[in-house]
Design a binder for this molecule. Structure first.
Ligand code: BGC
Length: 734
């Protein structure tokens, strides 16, 4: 009985007319003309055709054109060459109703020209760089006929064991919100729509094991995990992908709470909800559906409009409706959503339908000098310098002989990173070649030795590498995680340098030559053993097609690092999940206090905090001054500080504002990032930086999902990372 009542309530919500007014949650005003067009088209479609719109298929060389002819596809993904897309696209326009196909692909950090992996893009702490990455990704993709990206991934991640941390914006909801908005707008400006994924909580997989269960309180879900998605929708995203994982026991592909209550009811989302790959079928493995038909029922009735890849909607929906197990109205609603997005993207426009994909233009749009330069610029901004003892970097002037050690310095795949889309190895300037050529031009000899393969599974090459290292004045060691050790289904239990890499680094350090460590990696790693052995550390993620050139720019001092850590870098794997916004506990950590919250064998703090990153120059930031010390709800907190470049080089400083709600009805984090800005300053230059935070952003949710800002004192911290002590305070009054 309860189940029936729940189904009816869900159905009422699913079928409720779309809200009529726009509001500050970014709900769209329904367009009566558009809705009439959708209704008209729908009235002429058969049930089979409607169900066809609810399927996302994956293209492969075996693709059968009959799928297009009988209208049994809504989206076709994994497209590669423009010629294929062009052929299928034209064919679709010729079939009954001429409903255009939506062509999509996972462009996680680029199409042909790869930007750094998303975690690196987030590390720029620069909305403009994030926008640029989205823009150029979509420019390349849309020229090939693609109109939908299966990204950005907005899963918050605090557990570096989870391999997918590299695909997202890191640990902080505010950074993730900025990332979401900038990526969605950038993609859209480049001609592609975004899919926000994975809804929701996927990044909190227990023990960092991919696809594992997630357990989150309602307040945590709403305070941390949902805001990036809301920001993406407010920026115009019209497609959301449900997550593989269970959230509090309910799979993302069949979760009416997240997909109906929150997404549709609270946020008024009127676009498409798609499943993840084969995830409708996975409801059986989750143990919540007895068979395929029940899996389909559950997914559809929980609000999943589109089945990605499993084919189960196509197989069972028609008969489920005919047998009276599913209401036709729900199919109409789901198909309407697909059509609505297609109309909004302009795919039905006569001019768009008549347009042929121009093969010459498609080819000319790839790897343009402008896009390559943009990828190089974003890569430069993404690099985080974690250590620079004795200002050993930049290498200007460079020593006479430099040894470059590590297979990844010479491997295009490791520069490009996972989700390489159509990236081409021959378009990647390798770090070793860049150093050889550019240092060679000034008389420095660069010698290279791999030492071992990219994952360092054997020590056979160590002696040869040691010989090269000994003959040099300085060693650049390029270590970390090969591209295939990152992204989906690559959880790790150890977070140190993989296999024998630490031993290789130890051998290099033992030569007595100074070592500069460049880390390619998909996640924060434990550098406790590595850091003391080296003079400098550059954190480069997978830096993308132009990453080798960008890293050389930084090593040689032609660019100044300004990237910031989007995730705390742990000291030990036992600290994860770790994030800067921890609660104080009843026994706040104090050095030396044995009964405070602590580990007996390790500090509780990370090795490098969230937001941290060094520069070749130095900056000072004055004490933050609030424009007003007392604020009311509805007002905006404004804080001013002056940043000065006190060093000798031009550089960019990240100014980060954190708040701490001192006394509240729930324990509040020691710091929460609420605003940040990047300032570019010449030596000696000062700039006044004004950061603004709506007072409405200072609140939190309770366990019933209710949000409120509680009056009282808020400490405000402004500085260059999450540990800054540079502070002031304001009072929020009723
Ligand atoms: C991933 C998604 C991706 C999809 C399609 C899945 O395995 O989880 O992020 O969009 O595959 O490639």
């Amino acid at each position: 009985m309860k189940a029936i009542a729940r189904t009816l309530a869900a159905l009422a919500l699913l079928l409720a007319p779309i809200a009529v007014c726009a509001d500050d949650a970014g709900r769209r005003t329904p367009d009566p003309v558009l809705e009439a067009k959708i209704a008209d088209l729908l009235s002429r479609m058969s049930l089979e055709e409607k169900v066809g719109q609810m399927f996302l298929g994956g293209w492969s060389p075996e693709f059968d054109m009959r799928e297009v002819d009988d209208g049994s596809l809504g989206i076709l993904s994994n497209m590669d060459e423009a010629a294929t897309t062009a052929k299928i696209r034209d064919r679709a326009h010729g079939v009954r109703h001429g409903i255009p196909l939506l062509f999509s692909r996972d462009l996680i950090h680029g199409y042909r020209t790869l930007f750094p992996m998303p975690l690196g893009i987030a590390a720029t702490f620069d909305a403009e760089a994030m926008f640029t990455a989205g823009l150029h990704t979509a420019k390349e993709g849309s020229a090939q006929g693609l109109s939908l990206n299966l990204g950005p991934m907005l899963d918050l991640s605090r557990d570096a064991r989870w391999g997918r941390v590299v695909e997202g914006p890191g640990e902080d909801p505010h950074l993730a919100k900025v990332f979401a908005g900038a990526m969605v707008r950038g993609l859209s400006a480049g001609g592609m729509a975004a899919t926000l994924k994975h809804f929701v909580g996927y990044g909190a997989a227990e023990s960092g094991r991919d696809y594992n269960a997630v357990d989150l309180s309602e307040s945590r879900l709403r305070d941390l995990y949902l805001p990036p998605f809301k920001a993406g929708i407010e920026a115009g995203a019209q497609v959301v992908m449900a997550a593989f994982n269970t959230l509090n026991g309910v799979p993302g592909t069949g979760n009416p709470h997240t997909l109906i209550d929150i997404l549709r009811r609270d946020w008024g989302f009127d676009g498409i909800v798609m499943s993840d790959w084969d995830a409708v079928r996975e409801l059986i493995a989750h143990g919540v559906a007895a068979d395929e038909r029940e899996a389909v029922e559950k997914a559809v009735m929980a609000g999943v409009d589109m089945d990605m890849a499993s084919g189960l909607y196509r197989q069972h929906l028609v008969s489920l409706v005919r047998d009276g197990r599913l209401p036709l109205a729900r199919i109409d609603e789901a198909a309407s959503r697909v059509l609505r997005v297609k109309f909004r993207l302009g795919l039905f426009d006569e001019a768009e339908k008549a347009r042929r994909i121009d093969m010459k233009a498609a080819a000319a749009a790839l790897a343009t000098p402008e896009t390559r330069e943009a990828a190089r610029d974003v890569a430069r901004r993404s690099v985080v310098m974690l250590k620079n003892e004795g200002a050993i970097l930049p290498l200007a002037p460079a020593p006479k002989r430099v040894a470059v050690i590590g297979a990844m310095a010479a491997d295009a795949g490791d520069h490009m990173g996972a989700w390489g889309a159509l990236g081409r190895r021959d378009e990647v300037p390798l770090l070793v070649d860049e150093l050889r050529t550019r240092l060679g031009a000034t008389g420095t000899k660069v010698e290279f030795a791999a030492g071992c393969d990219d994952a360092c599974r054997s020590t056979e090459g160590f002696a040869a590498a040691e010989k090269v290292a000994k003959a040099a004045d300085l060693i650049v060691a390029v270590l970390g995680e090969p591209w295939w050790m990152t992204a989906e289904s690559t959880s790790r239990t150890r977070l140190g340098l993989p296999n024998h890499q630490q031993a290789l680094l130890d051998r290099l350090a033992a030569t007595g030559r100074p070592v500069v460590l460049v880390v390619f990696a998909g996640r924060p790693m434990v550098l406790r053993d590595a850091a003391p052995k080296v003079k400098a550390i550059l954190w480069a993620y997978s830096p993308g097609t132009m990453g080798g050139a960008a890293l050389a720019d930084i090593l040689l001092g032609e660019a100044n690092p300004s990237g910031r850590l989007p995730m705390s870098m742990p000291r030990a794997v036992g600290q994860v999940p770790i994030s800067y916004d921890r609660l104080p506990t009843g026994r706040p950590w104090k050095p030396g206090d044995e009964l405070a919250t602590r580990y007996v064998d390790e500090e509780i703090t990370p090795l490098f905090p969230f937001g941290f990153g060094l520069s070749y120059t130095r900056f000072t930031t004055t004490a933050p001054k609030p424009a007003r010390a007392t604020l009311r709800l509805g007002e905006t907190l404004e804080v001013v500080t002056t940043v000065t470049n006190t060093g000798a080089r031009r550089g960019r400083e990240s100014v980060q504002l954190y708040v701490h709600d001192v006394l509240a009805s729930r324990s509040r984090p020691r710091r929460e990032l609420k605003a940040f800005a990047m300032v570019d300053l010449a030596p000696g230059e000062s700039r006044e930086v004004r950061l603004a935070v709506p007072v409405g952003d200072l609140g939190f949710h309770d366990d019933l999902g209710r949000y409120r800002v509680e009056p009282g004192r808020f400490e405000i911290f402004v500085g260059s990372d999450s540990d800054t002590e540079n502070r002031t305070a304001v009072e929020v009054v009723e």
